[in-house]
Write a protein that binds this ligand. Sequence first.
Ligand SMILES: Cc1cc2nc3c(=O)[nH]c(=O)nc-3n(C[C@H](O)[C@H](O)[C@H](O)COP(=O)(O)OP(=O)(O)OC[C@H]3O[C@@H](n4cnc5c(N)ncnc54)[C@H](O)[C@@H]3O)c2cc1C
Length: 463
Amino acid sequence: MAKKQFDVAVVGAGIGGYIAAIRCAQLGLKTACIEKSKPLGGTCLIVGCIPSKALLQSTEYYDWLMKESQQHGIAAKEVSVDFAKMMQRKTQIVDGLTNGVASLFKKHSIVRYEGTARLTSAHMLELSDKQVIEAENIIIASGSEPIPLPFLPFDEKVVLSSTGALALPTIPKKMIVVGAGIIGVELASVYNRLGTQVVLVEMLDRITPMMDTAVSKSLQSILQKQGLEFHLSAKVTKAKVNANSVSLSVQEGANETEMTADVVLVAIGRRPYTKGLGLTEQGITLDSKGYIEVDGNFRTKQSHIYAIGDVIEGPMLAHKASEEGVAVAEIIAGQQPHLNYMAIPNVIYTHPEVASVGLTEAEAREAGMELAIGTCFMRAIGRARCLGYVEGFVKVIGEKNSGRLLGLHILSPHASEMIGEGVIAIEKKATLQDLAAASHAHPTLSEAIHEASLAALGHPLAF
Ligand SMILES: Cc1cc2nc3c(=O)[nH]c(=O)nc-3n(C[C@H](O)[C@H](O)[C@H](O)COP(=O)(O)OP(=O)(O)OC[C@H]3O[C@@H](n4cnc5c(N)ncnc54)[C@H](O)[C@@H]3O)c2cc1C
């Protein structure tokens, strides 16, 4: 490569950017990474996947002790929550992981710059402290930010984004969550388990709309039994924010109701973050939603400037960002990596969890395919009974003629771990027959995948 200061400069050390930087360095490219926050790790490690899962885990233990332990003959007395300690544990986990990224940067001799980067010419980035970096290739991995309601800006005290909801000083008595997507239902679960009265307001007619309809409907009824209150096809039209409370006007059909709570969490989605990067000045185009436009090799309109992760179109998922990080590094190094978007799983870490990969039934039907569908309810599975949790199901969707697996949808404890089988099956173009023929350890929850595949083939064994 021609001699610039760096072969590659990566803007953003979120999971897309730091993985891209590590892979570039592994491939022998002299790599710099610029991150405006002090800790490395971006949304996922600092204000996303990791802190939310830490709180979901802590509150799941608490909820189990309070509500389910007695079934097992365990009497839990004087169980209480030390919220400050729960939050401290979450912070320690985050710190451990962000420090881990810093160590990996050292290990791979990645030069880390702290500051905000802006493109000033085709190969040049200027940092907030006026340092200039020159690189042969540039990867933009600047991520995304939460979208506020236009009339309700975040103050992170009463009007919360997910970031504020992950750092509350005390447990609120009442919380309204606007948006019943993945982030909304996960954080609603956290606070519901801690005793907060949680009301969710969703504009669409079902929760978690990216999931298979049967799964979202069942998840909703399970979460309702856990105490969450849902208002679907409902729209927040006005808001009044006070010092310690918020009142929302909610339009539901012809009715307009007033809802009041200590806090409102606005979880209506995230948008790509490109502020101050100077992209358009360098001829890099954004689409109508603000995503950086790239080709199939992550190249922007400037072929040596690439973009990956949440800042480009596609599911806003950590593993999608990191896989694109690996792929873009390999493309820059002259390799031809493989990335199959059909085989990217999606998980909701409620209890039970939801996990899916491939097509939903509606998507497969829309594509005009003839389908073989099999469902196994968790109550038919011995391990689910031992766990004390029999709600939920596994649904497999195959193409009728070829038997090829098109989609796997799981509503079960540990669905996030079970979905790996479906990812590999879709990646390797496996069939329902392949899943039915594979031995599944007994007793395990994954036997439900085996049984659902048998059901799709017309001969279930366990029900
Ligand atoms: C509450 C929550 C829970 C989530 N849970 C999950 C989950 O369980 N599983 C999952 O797969 N995904 C989850 N996500 C989504 C996941 O966090 C994102 O998809 C992922 O972090 C995207 O990675 P990224 O590298 O593209 O961007 P980010 O992680 O957003 O990183 C971008 C980085 O770029 C930096 N930056 C931006 N502009 C500049 C600039 N000009 N100069 C220097 N630095 C800059 C930012 O400071 C940031 O650190 C969750 C998100 C949230 C909010």
